[in-house]
Write a protein that binds this ligand. Structure first.
Ligand code: SF4
Length: 253
């Protein structure tokens, strides 16, 4: 697991000397694994960086957060628990609100916390499974060949947003978080996964019984584009071999 995180951090230049990395802890197995991986990397890396953690309370946790607080205290991790008042109001006033609104509120809170923590990088626990699902979801349902950015910058350019678990599957985070004994505080929403996501997960699970390296292959494919065999004219040599336009720089809202 650490080798895969190290590979991602190195390949995408996720962490740099002097960084202060704030890890977004959602209460789940993935972000618990991410925090531990970064703490281990911090001890081994030839560069100097600091790690802190935070959790945004949006009124959706199904269990008390205290065991997580106790666990982090024992591990000596500086942790900020942020009760986001606008999110809590949203959950109360509009309990049926969608993911778009919820994540917009969370994003604002995350930037606010990162600012207070003096962080310049924010680490999220998206896994290889999330990248693979996003790729298929976008291709099949939105007509775009894209997944998630492993590294990007916030729109204000104040923060580098990183996803060091890009090569780590959820089979690994499940086993790792269990071995760590990290308390899992489930979110009410993770119980009601949308139908598209559920279908994609079932599809992967079915195919992986026969082709266990499927996600690995998809991740390799994401890093090995052949635009000349796709249909985007921005990257085709239509005018007698003129160089294609460079890929645009993407920022996150
Ligand atoms: S699944 Fe729930 S917590 Fe996650 S973005 Fe959607 S509404 Fe928010």
């Amino acid at each position: 697991m650490l080798r895969k995180v190290g590979e991602a951090v190195h390949r995408f230049k996720m962490v740099r000397d002097g960084d202060r990395v704030a890890v977004a802890l959602s209460g789940g197995k993935d972000s618990a694994t991410l925090l531990e991986a970064l703490l281990l990397l911090q001890k081994r890396a030839p560069i100097d960086f600091s790690v802190c953690a935070f959790t945004v309370e949006q009124g959706k946790f199904l269990r008390p957060i205290e065991p997580l607080a106790e666990y982090l205290k024992q591990r000596g991790v500086a942790w900020t628990y942020f009760r986001d008042a606008p999110s809590l109001r949203l959950t109360e006033d509009q309990p049926e609100h969608g993911c778009d609104l919820c994540s917009r509120y969370r994003r604002r809170a995350v930037y606010e916390i990162a600012h207070e923590l003096g962080a310049n990088a924010i680490a999220f626990g998206h896994t290889a499974d999330d990248f693979c699902e996003a790729l298929l979801r976008n291709a099949l349902f939105t007509g775009r060949l894209s997944a998630l950015p492993p590294v990007t910058v916030s729109r204000s350019r104040e923060y580098r947003l990183i996803r060091p678990l890009v090569f780590v599957t959820e089979d690994m985070t499940r086993a790792y978080a269990e071995a760590l004994g990290a308390p899992i505080v489930p979110c009410g929403c993770s119980q009601k996964t949308g139908t598209v996501r559920r279908s994609l997960r079932e599809m992967f699970a079915g195919l992986e019984r026969e082709y266990p390296h499927l996600k690995q292959n998809l991740l390799s494919a994401m890093g090995n584009l052949d635009p000349s065999r796709l249909l985007d004219t921005r990257y085709l040599h239509l005018d007698g071999g003129q160089a294609p336009e460079p890929f645009p720089i993407v920022t996150e809202a």
